[in-house]
Design a protein around this ligand. Structure first.
Ligand SMILES: *Cc1c(COP(=O)(O)O)cnc(C)c1O
Length: 392
């Protein structure tokens, strides 16, 4: 089976992990801060905080923006459930904004319209989470302008987009948002096994993100400096730590961070290969009755996913039949995403099918083809040949 995604682990990655295993610090040593600094520098952000996974990072990001009971968070239905669940962890409520039929990202038109309506009803969101689907950035300039007008905060869910660009800058620079979240799950662009990260340019937010993922504890010298006179008091001895808020233990181990830092060294090569494979799919699929992913001119995708849409009036088979035939031919296709608002849990919260028609229509005919940095041209040819045979 050719999988839809797969990690790419080198002997250098294994060496980096082994070094940590032989050191004194399996967690809370120097590998974590080194990975954070390297990623922040790579993206051009002020600071980064590594977390146990992106779901944890989204939760911490919401807490750091004071999202709580009575507040509302908006995201898209075309995402993994974690982008919406983070609001519920904080006791806030969730609503969705439909997607753009070209990019499958949050529609700026739908967002603008929903904000105008919410504003008259006093139901504006406190936080909006645009998701950079498949690795292609959302239209952040437009979303930033709406944030300034309506006063909401922005968390970019960039789980798919590590290594991608927007208007010539790295995704993760956090120029147009409050916080950016990355995932390092093995199917994503680079991996730490499980892992995630927040990035920000706001120094106060950066500190808060860092201590909220470690119980809300700071060393007095760190985030809550005591004045020189008091620091000589006995209670400010070198053992001192203070819990200043209710945080969680969402830390990443040094074993994982060393793997992440090593993988980061090959991120550009991974993304270059993914871009090459995506362009190759575009060319090889051009004559088939499928819609290839459209790219907004402001973006340069990291290509986490390559999603095709079946042109329903040109194909006699159903999406399910095409999907099953591909699986039977050894092609590990997948579907991203079942619209979150159609999940049983979200239906119990009051959402119903029909509420977000673009996301639902997209979902009806989407198939994710295999795409990963180690994929060979021959493997890609096998995928295209199987699809061509099934559709003819
Ligand atoms: C993978 C993913 C997450 C969750 O990432 P984990 O690291 O597995 O917690 C969140 N949002 C999106 C869009 C994702 O694809």
């Amino acid at each position: 089976m050719i999988p839809y995604g797969r990690q790419d682990i080198s002997p250098e990655d294994i060496d980096a992990v082994t070094q940590v295993l032989q050191s004194d610090w399996l967690t809370q040593g120097q590998a974590g801060p080194r990975f954070e600094r390297a990623m922040a520098d790579y993206c051009g952000a002020r600071s980064a905080a590594a977390m146990s996974n992106a779901t944890a990072a989204l939760h911490i990001a919401c807490l750091a923006l004071d999202l709580g009971p009575g507040d509302i968070l908006w995201t898209v239905p075309n995402t993994f459930v974690a982008s919406a669940n983070c609001a519920l962890y904080c006791g806030a409520s969730v609503d969705f904004v439909d997607i753009d039929p070209r990019t499958y990202n949050m529609s700026v038109a739908a967002l603008s319209e929903k904000l105008a309506q919410a504003s008259t009803q006093g139901r504006l969101p406190k936080v909006v989470i645009p998701v950079h689907f498949a690795g292609q950035s959302c239209e952040m300039t437009e979303i930033r302008a709406l944030a300034d007008r309506y006063g909401f905060r922005i968390i970019e869910d960039a789980s798919h987009a590590v290594g991608g660009d927007y208007l010539g800058r790295k995704i993760g620079a956090a120029q147009l948002s409050d916080i950016v979240v990355f995932s390092f799950h093995p199917v994503k662009i680079i991996t730490t096994g499980e892992g995630g990260m927040t990035l920000t340019n706001d120094p106060r937010l950066g500190e808060r993100l860092a201590y909220l993922r470690t119980h809300g504890i700071v060393r007095p010298s760190q985030a809550a400096p005591v004045d020189a006179a008091r620091s000589n008091e006995d209670r400010y001895g070198p053992w001192m730590y203070e819990q200043i808020e209710l945080g969680l233990n969402y830390r990443m181990t040094d074993i994982q961070a060393a793997l992440g830092a090593s993988q980061l060294g090959r991120l550009d090569a991974f993304v270059a290969r993914r871009r090459e494979l995506a362009a190759r799919y575009d060319a090889l699929l051009a004559k088939l009755p499928v819609t290839c992913p459209w790219q907004h001119p402001d973006t340069n995708s990291a290509w986490h996913l390559y999603v095709i849409r079946l042109q329903r009036n040109e194909i006699k088979l159903t999406r399910r039949q095409v999907f099953e035939a591909l699986r039977a031919a050894g092609i590990g296709v997948n579907v991203h995403y079942i619209p979150v608002h159609t999940q049983p849990y979200y239906q119990r919260l009051g959402f119903s099918t029909g509420m977000f028609p673009e996301a639902e229509s997209y979902y009806q005919d989407a198939i994710t083809l295999p795409l990963f940095s180690k994929m060979t041209d021959a493997e890609q040819d096998t995928v295209v040949a199987a699809l061509t045979k099934i559709l003819s």
